[in-house]
Design a protein around this ligand. Sequence first.
Ligand code: ZN
Length: 289
Amino acid sequence: MRIANLGGRAVLVVGEGAIDIAGASDGRFGPDPQALFDDWAAFAEWASALDALSRLSSSGEAAYRDIDVTDLGAPVPRPRQVFAIGLNYAEHAAEAGYPPDSMPVTFTKFPSSIVGPDAVVALPEGHVDWEVELVVVIGREAHKVDRESAWDHVAGLTIGQDLSERITQMQGSAPQFSLGKSFPGFGPTGPWLVTPDEFADKDDLAISCALSGEGMQSSRTSMMLYDVPELLVRLSAVCPLLPGDIIFSGTPSGIGNRRTPQRFIGPDDVLVSEIEGIGTLTTRFVAGG
Ligand code: ZN
């Protein structure tokens, strides 16, 4: 299943269109996309039956409507906790000058930075950089989970950009990851949440991004040093992961800060991020902010 936030309402994506979840469930689920995670298991069971029915009836639903991409919001608009992982691909850790760590480097992107696909981000002063990442959405509370059951706590996957202003991030004697990555608009996510059952191999997805047409990052999520189950094990050993929380799982190599010459995002740049089986996330930039 694919679940999107269309104009602030939760929808099931079917083919090229959308079914309004509150409408189709007589108000049992939605319309707030964040509210789906309050009872995700019941919602997923209801939605998978509707999804199968809708595919059979080829958009015969009264609530069916076309998706205007510019109307899509963040699939998880108000997560209570946003986890982000640094240095989770060996080539990226090497380009950043760090040895592989014995614990995933963990920080947060403050929730006010979260926006949807097709966002227009006003560039703050400094060096704004890209980081395409697989974003994991929690569907069931996870506390001290083991590897074997980890995926059972995942509602789905989406694409994220961990936009980073490098000067703020690197100032001072210890890095300011959380602040440098939390300017308004610095957490584009979307275009929708895709449930784990939709993927042939959910642990091995092509991941890439291009800045104004030039390929910048390209890898596979199987190259993560700590894969999705291991991230849930390590994070949930400390913090209960709550339904509707999200985890930015780290970026592959190819960031602008470590290129020769360095390259950063400028006004009028367009950043297109892509993950196999999910789709594309387009982020536009303007001056100021
Ligand atoms: Zn990152």
